[in-house]
Design a protein around this ligand. Structure first.
Ligand SMILES: NC(=O)c1ccc[n+]([C@@H]2O[C@H](COP(=O)([O-])OP(=O)(O)OC[C@H]3O[C@@H](n4cnc5c(N)ncnc54)[C@H](OP(=O)(O)O)[C@@H]3O)[C@@H](O)[C@H]2O)c1
Length: 281
């Protein structure tokens, strides 16, 4: 099997590359300098000449707040890029895995969001990712869309790493305590995605770590596990005043995924501990 990873230098892309390489699979790792997914002819020619069996499309515009003032860039990457990759995969017969987000939902549901629930994104980022989902489903190829949430891991400006860095620097921390989601270790998302592909899962699937938290609860747990003292205060979304509106409760229902896999997904506190005590933080 040959796997091509877009966005290979990002948080999830790196985990995907190392996980498949550790399994002995031939991986073509493409960062944005090698494969800009917004370049339609480049994407078509690159995927056609590499002829991968599986494309893990991890490239995305992920700056949720900045997207509010740069909607064209967000859509160019998250819709245009997904469309280019999906069409190239459909043309060559490669199976495409597209990653999407809990931010396609408005967060007003009383219960976790299932794959049949109607998306209603509140932000430019959420709208652009949903548009990408639709492009992938409409391209005529074989696809799996994996929605996940609240990723943390070893690379980039992710929430857990940022909190720990600021705490180490002695900065006071104000963290939103009225948004709820399922924190997810990028490494667990990579492994579960590979397991789902191995068993032939197609269509829309939800993959997160188990359990839920607010950003404040996640920050508090990260500080506890890392044994760091910090001045940590909960604040409301209204006080925090982010540019993008985020869902209040965007927990994804992973019951179908667990049934497919025949196992439970690891609870986020366990995943957080494994990440922070494994020397990866
Ligand atoms: N992070 C989360 O909490 C979260 C939650 C749910 C779903 N997701 C989804 O999971 C996927 C991976 O996210 P992530 O957290 O790994 O994001 P990330 O760390 O920001 O990585 C995204 C990667 O995409 C690359 N990229 C951006 N524009 C590109 C372009 N035009 N062509 C090629 N590559 C481009 C970036 O490269 P450069 O840095 O060189 O631009 C970066 O390496 C995304 O689809 C995201 O929407 C993320």
């Amino acid at each position: 099997m040959k796997v091509l990873v877009t966005g290979a230098s990002g948080l999830l892309g790196r985990e995907m590359v190392s996980m498949y390489r550790a399994r002995g699979v031939h991986v073509v790792a493409c960062d944005s300098a090698v494969l800009d997914v917004t370049e339609e002819s480049l994407v078509r020619e690159f995927i056609s000449s590499e002829a991968p069996d599986l494309v893990l499309h991890c490239a995305a515009y992920t700056a949720v707040d900045r997207a509010e003032s740069e909607p064209e860039r967000a859509f160019a990457t998250n819709l245009g890029g997904a469309q280019n990759v999906a069409q190239a995969c459909a043309a060559t017969g490669a199976h495409l895995v597209y990653f999407s987000t809990d931010f396609v939902f408005d967060g007003c549901s009383e219960t976790p969001y299932g794959t049949d629930d109607e998306p209603r994104p509140l932000s430019v980022y959420g709208k652009s990712k949903l548009a990408g989902e639709e492009a992938v489903a409409g391209a005529g190829g074989q696809w799996t869309t994996v929605r996940s949430s609240w990723l943390f891991g070893a690379t980039g400006a992710n929430f857990v790493s940022t909190i720990l860095e600021r705490a180490r620097g002695g900065a006071p921390l104000r963290v939103v305590d009225d948004q709820r989601g399922s924190p997810t270790w990028a490494r667990d998302l990579a492994g579960t995605t590979a397991d789902l592909i191995d068993i032939g899962a197609t269509g829309l699937v939800h993959v997160t770590n188990g359990g839920t938290a607010t950003w404040y609860e996640l920050a508090r747990s990260a500080l506890e596990v890392a044994e760091l003292e910090a001045d940590l205060q909960p604040v409301s979304s209204e006080e925090w005043k982010a540019a993008a509106v985020r869902p209040r409760d965007s927990v994804l229902d992973v019951g179908e995924t667990e049934a497919l896999l025949g196992r439970s997904l690891a609870p986020w506190p366990e995943a957080l501990r494994a990440f922070l005590t494994g020397g990866a933080a």
